[in-house]
Design a protein around this ligand. Structure first.
Ligand code: SF4
Length: 501
């Protein structure tokens, strides 16, 4: 867990074929996924026109007395929602407001609303192309790029499916998208690698169907789990059913491995497995891989909450006692990673309380999900030492992060990643721990139940699934090693025209 690592977005969309109000389902679907983005939220419904609510921060609680007002403002039987954490676009408040999703475009010919999760790599090239049709286009977020790109294709009289196909072919990056057309059709599609999750589900009677980034968005609505949308697949909700069409041949699947370690909720299912079960397996692996350290340890602690399941797995595997010596402040609901960089170092105290009598004089194993910049981990180790810990050993479920992410996780440059230049021993020294022990890549992959070539492991192997991202990574690595400043903002890099030499 690192204070400043954010993901791009969460998506929920639904249609009620009986034409009843859809807003309550979209609202709850998004509430269940607020962990995927805290900076802004938005809802859009369709009743012949688009009705929109957009706001900053967490999704608000709706008081009983206010429900009629919300239903009045967001009428219609089709709806999409979004929660967002900004990894693209500018970060000032005006830009944050402009970047709130769902985004819409309304011209004489085309009306479209889009909710998006991911990150686009060839932003600059796409923007240039879109400006040929929309000369006043000012880029505020990747969702707008997708929305405008689709609009450009639709304006050339392509049908929706063909427009999406062109979009999938020409946009590089991670994108799991849901949208509504001017006729009120609900649709969804994924990039050709399926980097971000997006699944489907329906109510028991089959008259409400939904798309959701995670299955928890379906669970909260008591919907059945349907299928995970395949990479390069287009799905349309029509005539009481979901129509699927593979509209582009895909080379390989590449689901983000970090979803398993950190972002997805433990009670969500990825690839058919509960994330908490996968995390338990991570803990078991760590127990097997670092037996010698376990033998001399007194107790396992975990940093709540993404590491709790791995700590339980480690305990199960080794028999070593796991104590709940760290507690989350229950009503501090912000995940610290949404805070701005100047607040980084102080956030851990606001999130977690450490129960001190469980620490003093003991050899500790602290289970954590990842080390990105190392700031938080350093603070935790320091605190443990201050509370009298004899030895502090870190067990990290995600393999060592050595490179940036170009697909929607907020790790933009080599320079900010402690693991890009330091070995585990050096990291231990830097953060003041006795040892830092990362789960092996092989163990991690096996626990997910997927094959290596079905996961994106770019940030831990340096091998990115998409060609432009690989070119960008090579270019940035050279810059970093040459002591030059890295540009971490993809919307400023003309990726198609960089030279790797
Ligand atoms: S580079 Fe890392 S964080 Fe980014 S999508 Fe791939 S696995 Fe996930």
């Amino acid at each position: 867990m690192d204070d400043t690592v954010g993901t791009e977005c969460g998506v929920f969309a639904a249609v009620d074929f009986r034409k009843n109000s859809i807003f309550p389902y979209v609202y709850w679907g998004m509430r269940a996924q607020n962990h995927r983005g805290h900076q802004s939220h938005g809802f859009l419904t369709y009743d012949g026109k688009f009705n929109v609510h957009r706001g900053l921060d967490l999704i608000p609680k709706i008081k009983t007395k206010d429900i009629p007002n919300w239903l009045l403002r967001l009428p219609g039987h089709v709806g999409i929602g979004n929660v967002r954490y900004t990894t693209s676009g500018r970060l000032n408040e005006e830009a944050l407001i402009k970047g709130i999703q769902p985004v819409t475009i309304e011209t004489k010919k085309v009306k479209l609303a889009i909710s998006f999760n991911g990150n686009i790599v060839n932003t600059v090239g796409l923007k240039k192309e879109i400006c040929k049709t929309f000369s006043n286009f000012s880029y505020d977020c990747d969702a707008e790029l997708i929305c405008r790109k689709l609009a450009v294709e639709l304006m050339q009289n392509q049908d929706l499916q063909s427009a999406v196909r062109t979009c999938i072919k020409e946009v590089e990056g991670a994108f799991s998208v849901s949208g509504i057309t001017q006729e009120g059709e609900l649709f969804a599609f994924k990039d050709p690698y399926g980097l971000r999750p997006l699944c489907t589900g329906c109510n028991a009677e089959g008259n409400i169907c939904a798309f959701s980034s995670e299955t928890v968005g379906l669970d909260i609505n008591s919907f059945n789990h349907g299928f995970e949308i395949e990479p390069g697949e287009f799905v349309k909700a029509a005539d009481g059913d979901l129509e699927r069409k593979q509209i582009i041949a895909t080379k390989r699947k590449a689901l983000c491995a970090f979803e398993f370690a950190y972002f997805a909720r433990p009670d969500s299912k990825l690839n058919g497995s509960y994330v908490y079960k996968v995390r338990e397996e991570f803990g078991k692996n760590l127990g097997r891989e670092y037996e010698d350290i376990v033998k001399n340890a007194d107790v396992i602690l975990s940093l709540p909450e993404t590491s709790d399941d791995a700590a339980y797995g480690l305990h199960e595997e080794t028999g070593l006692r796991w104590e709940r010596g760290t507690r989350r402040h229950r009503y501090v609901t912000d995940r610290a990673f949404i805070l701005l960089s100047h607040e980084r170092h102080s956030t851990i105290n606001r999130k977690i309380n450490i129960v001190d009598h469980r620490i003093s004089g003991r050899n500790l194993i602290i289970v954590d999900d990842s080390i990105v910049r190392g700031d938080t981990t350093r603070v935790v180790v320091k605190k443990m030492r201050k509370l009298g810990a004899k030895e502090v050993h870190l067990f990290i479920t995600f393999p060592r992060i050595i490179g940036p992410c170009f697909y929607g996780i907020d790790m933009a440059t080599y320079g900010e990643l402690i693991g890009s230049t330091q070995t585990p021993q050096e990291i231990a020294q830097t953060i003041g721990a006795d040892s830092v022990n990362f789960q092996s890549l092989e163990g991690f992959i096996k626990a997910t139940g997927l094959k290596k070539e079905e996961l994106c492991l770019g940030c831990v192997t340096g091998k990115y699934p998409t060609p432009l991202a690989q070119r960008l990574a090579n270019w940035m690595r050279k810059k970093f090693e040459g002591g030059h400043k890295e540009i971490g903002r993809l919307y400023e890099i003309d990726v198609e025209n960089i030279s790797e030499t």
